[in-house]
Design a protein around this ligand. Structure first.
Ligand code: SF4
Length: 265
């Protein structure tokens, strides 16, 4: 960790170039909103920290859901759940090799929770979804930013709904889909790509309680919310390009991974 801390200091002293970013990634903008210093360490200094259990589980669950929906575009049928569980297991094993688990965490138990979460999702949600596009990449030029905005939409269904999948330990607030920054960016991208508004936006939240639970949280996006996102992207680009990076301590620090470097900042 000491070496990593001096890497961060060297990166800061060198005034790492931030003007040569190819695009504004939605994930990266969200990181900057949450903590500009974490953005700096991760995306400017390129200092890697191993993902924790939450990220590892989320990647494996996303992979299994994505593989199912990709084939369902043509087949209109979900894979047998045993196939979904196999895809999840293979992805989990690959992701878990790179992960840093807490001392009190048992990777095998988390993997089992992942299977239970997926089972609940495939019982309650997947049969009612007909996908149109899966992990749709977009690159949208905004008039007011120097860089285009890039991202990936988890799922667009046949009714024109934008759906983002989340795995979490705690339930989301009921109005989470009304405010989510990523969903606003996806609605902006959808309108740019399709020339019309989306039908709606939705978070499908998989909560890993003892009893797995799925929350389907619906929302809508107005033109003024889209305009507000575009203005936010402009300001974030200004902050990044000007080298404005500072720690923003919050409840998100517990899963950060850069605490040691942050303390030495
Ligand atoms: S520990 Fe908290 S304040 Fe420090 S970099 Fe991470 S998220 Fe930011």
């Amino acid at each position: 960790m000491a070496g990593e801390a001096s890497d961060a200091a060297a990166c800061r002293q060198a005034g790492a170039a931030v003007s040569d970013i190819p695009h504004l990634s939605v994930t990266q903008l969200k990181t900057y909103v949450h903590c500009p210093l974490q953005y700096f360490l991760r995306y400017v200094c390129h200092l890697k920290v191993p993902p924790g259990s939450e990220v590892t589980l989320g990647r494996a669950v996303h992979g299994a859901i994505g593989d199912n929906y990709r084939q369902k575009i043509a087949s209109a049928r979900d894979l047998p759940f045993s196939d979904v569980a196999d895809i999840f297991s293979t992805r989990w094993e690959a992701e878990a090799k790179e992960a840093a688990f807490e001392k009190d965490e048992k990777p095998g138990e988390i993997k089992d929770q992942g299977v239970q979460l997926l089972k609940t999702y495939f019982d309650e949600v997947a049969p009612h979804v007909q996908p149109l596009e899966v992990e749709r990449e977009f690159l949208v030029n905004l008039r007011t930013t120097k860089h285009p905005v890039k991202g990936y939409i988890d799922l667009i269904d046949s009714q024109g709904n934008i759906i983002d999948h989340k795995t979490t330990k705690r339930s989301y607030p009921q109005d989470a889909a009304e405010k989510d920054l990523q969903l606003t960016a996806y609605a902006m991208a959808y309108r740019a790509m399709h020339g019309r508004p989306e039908n709606g936006v939705r978070l499908d939240v998989m909560v890993r309680n003892k009893q797995p639970k799925i929350q389907q949280l619906n929302g809508r996006r107005s033109e003024s919310q889209i305009g507000r996102f575009i203005r936010l992207a402009e300001q974030l680009e200004n902050g990044i390009s000007s080298g404005v990076f500072y720690p923003n301590e919050s409840y998100l620090c517990s899963g950060c991974g850069y605490e040691g470097m942050c303390e030495k900042w």
